[in-house]
Design a protein around this ligand. Structure first.
Ligand SMILES: *[C@@H]1O[C@H](CO)[C@@H](O)[C@H](O)[C@H]1NC(C)=O
Ligand SMILES: *[C@@H]1O[C@H](CO)[C@@H](O)[C@H](O)[C@H]1NC(C)=O
Ligand SMILES: *[C@@H]1O[C@H](CO)[C@@H](O)[C@H](O)[C@H]1NC(C)=O
Ligand SMILES: *[C@@H]1O[C@H](CO)[C@@H](O)[C@H](O)[C@H]1NC(C)=O
Ligand SMILES: *[C@@H]1O[C@H](CO)[C@@H](O)[C@H](O)[C@H]1NC(C)=O
Ligand SMILES: *[C@@H]1O[C@H](CO)[C@@H](O)[C@H](O)[C@H]1NC(C)=O
Ligand SMILES: *[C@@H]1O[C@H](CO)[C@@H](O)[C@H](O)[C@H]1NC(C)=O
Ligand SMILES: *[C@@H]1O[C@H](CO)[C@@H](O)[C@H](O)[C@H]1NC(C)=O
Length: 743
């Protein structure tokens, strides 16, 4: 239930002889009548360099400040939003009390602008009493404690007052003859209390405002007054004034308990709640058995309905003999301010609460206690929560940063050290959105595709790839402009790699291999040909053609070039193979391809490392004609393996078929020859063989000790043709090329 009543706000006609009123700006002042207070607030935007309130009574002015304000029932404060607040008790000094049901006060607000010019705004506050007075009322204000009780008239008997007969002292009717009995802990008597009775004049000097209205007796004092003492109650500190006033009415001397006590303990954090506790049944105030009649909570001057309090998470509960008020840190109704301290984000929270408690006990049929308290929690570290919402199959990072109040705004996002420019974000697939929550905070959701150039990737093998987002989120805090950086590293792994694919083809010149690019950087792969890493030196040496195309890289290895392997020689031609492999630098994962090609040849000598010689000779054009079926090696028993109508192929080991081995330095040279050996008719068998007219010399070099390599020659350029004594060492290199022997 909202109890404040729409204000009565009025305006003073310029009667004032001393101050010249300025016209009142619209919307800068707000006045309200609360249960027991005038409530005046001045908008923070309106406040000048210096400002003050003065109260006017008759033609006298009194500045509202310090001890006087506290003793007289005035409270001045800046609220959480920076507005200036003046709260004045209806029973305050200089308030015109009209029959205890209507109260009026003339307040001047004096505001000095930056040029030192002062303007004065008179405000006449008038409030009717909305809620009838209870027999006893207690107020715990920010700067004072107040108690007022119904002034009993004899012969009404009432608990809480007692007749004292006979009168111990002859008191006059006037206030000045009242006495106040303070009870204070006795230092000497081991925990007992002692009493001190002082005349009301002295009580005034001690800082106690004591007065009477038509129907009530009033006591008010600032915190920390003499005769007040401290009490530890559960976990909270309480300041107590335990006093009885003796006053005389008609013929009777009355005593009335005017004790008051207020918690002065600060709020603290308990988990995520702000916890403030106050005594529930302090013996000074509560005379058991007691019945709680009501409890209402308000913030910022407004009562909260149970429903709203519940929605915001506010809770009050009885814990043993204390009342605990819990407010979730940052809950609506309060005010949050963000800070950055040493690079860490923290928040302060301010909330102005007030409580109305009502109870009945054996002394008073109804007590109302109103408690005003500005609760604050300073610099609570509030770690920003990063939630990783990345679903790898969606191929983008999604992270949320939570939860920020409205004085924080995301300024820049830096990824991998580079600022992501807002204007580029959309077309690069980066999204940033702000998602508000009902509790007045909001979350940022940041999305960035894996494919973005600022996202490094790493191939893990088995087609898995890891993407990493190195982000720095720079938040700007208002109004101070401090920067808070939140760094985040988020990774995601996805099996989305398309591996490079190899295809081969035979060309007129050699063997071509096409390496189709996959979707990871080609620089992560090494290319090998026949086990040799392809670098520029090899490309040059082998006369390779290496050409990048849009979809693939093509590598052509010419016939007889390094990297090409000998597989066999047949009438179809020379069978060679090229083994190409791509090896991933980090995972050593390998893609390989073997392309076999046959190159037609007419004549060729192959010296194999295993000590075999394979030779193809062509008898075409020899005169007189030679039947290839009739050719043989030095050992006439060694006949061709295969023939066609002009060519013959022999394959034999260097230690057979009449091969002659001779030393040549540290090398061995193995010689043989293909000759024309036509079969003799049977009747000529005994005659000596005629000299064959067709001879092709063959020769292979091999090291005497050590491993043999493969060599291919045209038979006409085979090393044997050169007479030993004129042969030059370079002649050995007349071979076409060394091809490794393949499978
Ligand atoms: C006490 O109240 C009377 C009117 O009830 C008033 O005239 C007087 O000034 C008050 N005394 C103080 C100290 O405020
Ligand atoms: C209640 O508080 C009193 C004193 O503060 C303490 O002695 C007692 O153990 C408490 N009881 C419970 C149930 O917490
Ligand atoms: C606000 O609501 C969000 C989402 O429900 C929650 O995560 C956050 O902790 C809340 N913040 C406060 C200050 O209550
Ligand atoms: C964002 O970056 C710009 C340019 O570098 C800089 O001027 C600005 O202060 C940055 N804002 C934040 C909140 O970091
Ligand atoms: C925040 O991060 C940005 C980008 O990394 C950097 O330029 C800036 O200096 C940082 N600011 C603070 C206050 O750490
Ligand atoms: C983020 O989410 C991805 C995908 O669910 C997960 O693989 C990764 O481990 C998560 N954590 C971090 C810190 O990146
Ligand atoms: C060589 O001999 C084979 C088998 O005896 C025969 O088929 C072929 O015709 C002969 N070639 C020539 C050129 O005589
Ligand atoms: C090769 O080995 C044999 C026997 O081990 C040895 O006699 C000869 O000197 C060696 N030749 C060379 C060139 O090393």
């Amino acid at each position: 239930m909202v109890m404040y009543v729409s204000l009565l706000w009025f305006f003073l006609v310029g009667l004032c002889p001393i101050s010249v009123p300025d016209s009142i700006p619209i919307g800068m002042f707000r006045t309200e009548c609360h249960d027991r207070h005038f409530w005046l607030s001045v908008n923070s935007n309106f406040l000048g360099n210096k400002f003050r309130f003065e109260v006017q009574a008759d033609s006298k002015f009194r500045e509202v400040s310090g001890q006087w304000a506290a003793e007289c029932g005035y409270t001045m404060a800046l609220d959480s939003w920076g507005d200036l607040l003046l709260r004045v008790s209806y029973l305050a000094c200089l308030v015109e009390n009209q029959m205890e049901t209507k109260f009026q006060l003339l307040v001047w607000f004096r505001n000095q602008d930056s040029n030192g010019k002062e303007k004065s705004y008179p405000l006449l506050l008038t409030c009717p009493l909305q809620v009838p007075w209870s027999p006893r009322e207690l107020v715990c204000e920010q700067n004072y404690m107040e108690v007022s009780v119904l002034k009993l008239l004899p012969p009404d008997n009432h608990i809480g007052t007692a007749w004292v007969t006979p009168a111990p002292v002859e008191l006059g009717e006037g206030l000045l003859e009242w006495r106040v009995v303070f009870r204070i802990p006795a230092l000497s008597q081991g925990g007992g209390m002692r009493e001190e009775t002082v005349p009301v004049r002295l009580a005034h000097l001690l800082g106690y405002h004591i007065n009477t209205t038509d129907s009530r007796v009033l006591l008010r004092c600032a915190y920390g007054s003499k005769m007040a003492y401290m009490l530890q109650w559960g976990e909270t500190d309480v300041e107590v004034v335990s006093a009885t006033i003796l006053y005389k009415l008609k013929w009777t001397l009355l005593t009335v308990d005017m004790s008051v006590a207020c918690t002065i303990g600060q709020a603290r954090m308990d988990g995520s709640d702000v916890l403030w506790s106050l005594p529930r049944d302090l013996p000074t105030l509560v005379h058991p058995p007691f019945i709680e009649k009501g409890l209402k909570l308000g913030v910022g001057g407004r009562y909260l309905s149970e429903c709203v309090a519940h929605q915001r998470g506010y809770m009050i509960h009885n814990n043993n003999r204390t009342l605990e008020l819990r407010i979730p840190f940052g809950a609506e109704g309060g005010f949050i301010k963000s800070h950055v301290i040493d690079g860490f984000y923290s928040q302060s929270y301010f909330v102005d609460v007030f409580l109305l408690r009502e109870w009945e006990d054996t002394a008073w049929s109804l007590t109302q206690q109103r408690i005003f308290r500005a609760i604050f929690i300073h610099h609570l570290p509030r770690p920003v929560t990063l939630i990783n919402k990345t679903v790898p199959s969606q191929s983008e990072f999604a992270i949320s940063l939570c939860c920020f109040p409205h004085d924080v705004s995301l300024g820049n996002v830096t990824v991998a050290g580079q600022r992501v420019l807002w204007k580029e974000m959309e077309w690069k697939g980066v999204h940033l959105s702000q998602i508000p929550f009902p509790n007045n905070t909001y979350m940022y959701l940041f999305q960035m595709p894996f494919s973005h150039s600022l996202i490094p990737q790493k191939y893990l093998g088995d087609r898995f790839r890891r993407y990493t987002l190195y982000g720095v989120f720079s938040f700007i805090l208002f109004p101070g402009g401090e920067i808070y950086n939140h760094s985040a590293t988020v990774v995601a792994e996805l099996q989305d790699v398309v591996l490079p694919k190899l295809k081969g083809e035979c060309t007129a010149r050699g063997v071509r291999t096409l390496a189709y690019y996959g979707n990871i950087e080609s620089s992560e792969w090494s290319l090998y040909v026949g086990g040799m890493k392809v670098d520029w030196e090899l490309v040059e040496l082998g006369g390779f053609s290496l050409d990048p195309h849009e979809l693939y890289l093509s590598l052509e290895v010419p016939l007889y070039a390094p990297g090409m392997a000998y597989e066999g020689l047949g009438l179809q031609g020379l069978l060679v193979s090229v083994l190409v492999s791509l090896v991933h630098l980090e995972t050593a994962e390998e893609q390989t391809h073997v392309q076999r090609c046959v190159f037609p040849v007419r004549e060729l000598l192959v010296c194999l490392p295993d000590g075999r010689m394979v030779v193809m000779v062509d008898t075409a054009g020899v005169s007189p004609p030679v039947n290839p079926n009739h050719t043989a090696l030095l050992d006439p028993a060694c006949r061709p393996l295969e023939t066609d109508n002009s060519r013959a192929i022999f394959s034999f080991s260097i230690d057979s078929c009449g091969t002659v081995a001779t030393h040549d330095g540290d090398q061995m040279i193995y010689r043989n020859e293909v000759r024309n050996m036509p079969p003799f008719p049977p009747h000529l068998r005994l005659l000596s063989q005629p000299q064959p007219h067709y001879r092709v010399s063959l020769g292979c070099f091999h090291p005497e000790n050590g491993s043999r390599t493969l060599a291919i020659y045209l038979p006409s350029q085979s090393p044997t043709l050169i007479p030993e004594h004129t042969r030059h060492p370079e002649d050995r290199d007349k071979k076409i090329h060394s091809l490794p022997a393949g499978g």
